[in-house]
Design a protein around this ligand. Structure first.
Ligand code: TRP
Length: 345
C-alpha cells in the first residue's frame, strides 16, 4: 500500500496544543480516510488532467460533476504536495522539492499545517538554514545557494502567515534562525535576496497585528537589525524593514518600548530622518517607502514625550505643510495629522 499519507500524524487530535479550524480538521480526517481507501484517489493517476481536457470536460459535464471534478483536482494537488514533502527527505530530490513546494505557497491553503505537522520537515528546513551560515562570513554565498535558501524561507513565510501555525512558529523561536541573514551587509544580489526574503518572513509575522508576534520580535531585538537595514539597505529591503518597524510602533507595547528610553527613540528617529533626507536629495519618487516613514512619524507623535522631542527633530522638509512630494491622499492626511499633533500647523 502506498505510504503517501504517512505524514499525517496518526494520533492527530484537534484539542492538542495547536488550535485547528474545523476546515483543517475535516481536511486531515479526509486525508486519513484516504489512506484507508486508495483506489478513489488514483482516479486521475494522482495528477490533474491537461487544461484542454479540463475545458472539454467542464463544457460537457453537469454542474454536479464539475464540482466533483474540482474536488478530485484538489485531491490530486494534495497528493502532489504530499509527495514533494516526502521528497524533502531525499537529499538528491530536496532542492527540486523545495522549489516546487514554495511555488504552491499561495495556491494551496493547507500547506502550512501540513508542513508543520509532518515529521521531520521543520528539522530539514533548519538544517538547510544552518548549512548556509558558514558562507555568510567571509561572504561566499553563491546565487544557487541563495535561491535554495530563499525557497526554504518562502515556506517559513507560509508558516508565519497561517493563523494555525504562527504561534507554534514563534514558540519554537524559528525567527531567530533568520537573524544572521539580516545581520549581513554584503551588497551582492545573493545577499540582498536573502535579506529581503528573511524580512518577508518577519513581515508576515507582524502583518497579522498579533501582539504575541510583536512581543517576541521586540524581545529578541529585531529593531536594531531593521534599523541597520533601513539606514544602509537597498530599496526593497529598506522598505520591508521600515514596514516592520511601523507595525511594531502601531502596537501599544511597541510604541511604549521604543519611547521608553531616549536612546531607543533617537535611534529610530535618526534613521527615519536619514531616509527622508536620502529620498529628498536623490529626488527618488519612492511613495511606498515614504508612506511607511510618515506612518512611523505619525505614530511616534502620539506618544507625549516623543511628540515633544519630535517637534524639534522633525526633518525640515516635513515641517512644510505645503510640500508636494507626498502624492498619496492617505499619506497627505497622515502628514497633516502629524503636523497637528506636533502643533506645527
Ligand atoms: N538592547 C537595545 C535596547 O534595548 C536594543 C536596541 C538598540 C533598540 N537600538 C534600539 C531598541 C532602538 C529599540 C530601538 O535599547
Amino acid at each position: 500500500m502506498s505510504n503517501q499519507y504517512v505524514i499525517v500524524p496518526q494520533n492527530y487530535r484537534s484539542d492538542s496544543m495547536v488550535s485547528i479550524s474545523p476546515a483543517d480538521k475535516r481536511y486531515f480526517e479526509q486525508a486519513q480516510a484516504k489512506q484507508k481507501s486508495p483506489p478513489q484517489q488514483m482516479m486521475f493517476g494522482g495528477y490533474s488532467p491537461s487544461p484542454s481536457l479540463q475545458k472539454t470536460l467542464s463544457t460537457q459535464l453537469s454542474e454536479q460533476s464539475i464540482d466533483e471534478f474540482g474536488r478530485m483536482q484538489k485531491d490530486s494537488d494534495t497528493e502532489l504536495v504530499v509527495q514533494y514533502i516526502l521528497q524533502l527527505r531525499d537529499t538528491e530530490k530536496r532542492e527540486q522539492a523545495l522549489s516546487e513546494l514554495s511555488k504552491k505557497r499561495e495556491s494551496f491553503p493547507h500547506l502550512a499545517p501540513l508542513l508543520w505537522h509532518s515529521v521531520g520537515t521543520i528539522a530539514i528546513f533548519l538544517q538547510e538554514i544552518a548549512v548556509v551560515y558558514q558562507h555568510l562570513q567571509p561572504a561566499q554565498l553563491t546565487p544557487a545557494q541563495s535561491s535554495r535558501i530563499c525557497s526554504v524561507l518562502g515556506l517559513l513565510q507560509c508558516l508565519a502567515l497561517h493563523v494555525q501555525t504562527r504561534s507554534c512558529f514563534l514558540r519554537a523561536h524559528i525567527p531567530l534562525f533568520l537573524y544572521p541573514f539580516l545581520n549581513t551587509s554584503n551588497k551582492s544580489k545573493a545577499f540582498e535576496n536573502l535579506r529581503v526574503t528573511s524580512l518577508g518572513v518577519i513581515g508576515a509575522l507582524v502583518k497579522g497585528d498579533d501582539p504575541e508576534a510583536i512581543n517576541f520580535l521586540m524581545q529578541t531585538e529585531i529593531i536594531p537589525l531593521c534599523l541597520r537595514i533601513m539606514k544602509k539597505g537597498q530599496e526593497l529591503s529598506r522598505t520591508v524593514a521600515t514596514f516592520i518597524v511601523q507595525k511594531i510602533l502601531l502596537d501599544d507595547n511597541g510604541l511604549n518600548y521604543i519611547c521608553q528610553t531616549p536612546e531607543r527613540f533617537f535611534a529610530v528617529s535618526q534613521v527615519l530622518q536619514t531616509m527622508i533626507d536620502d529620498l529628498h536629495q536623490s529626488q527618488k519618487d519612492d511613495q511606498r517607502l515614504l508612506r511607511h516613514i510618515i506612518r512611523c512619524y505619525l505614530r511616534l507623535s502620539e506618544n507625549q514625550k516623543a511628540g515633544e522631542v519630535l517637534k524639534k527633530y522633525l526633518p525640515q522638509v516635513l515641517k512644510d505643510p505645503t510640500q508636494s512630494f507626498i502624492k498619496d491622499e492617505v499619506v497627505k492626511k497622515w502628514h497633516n495629522n502629524l503636523l497637528q499633533n506636533l502643533s506645527i500647523k
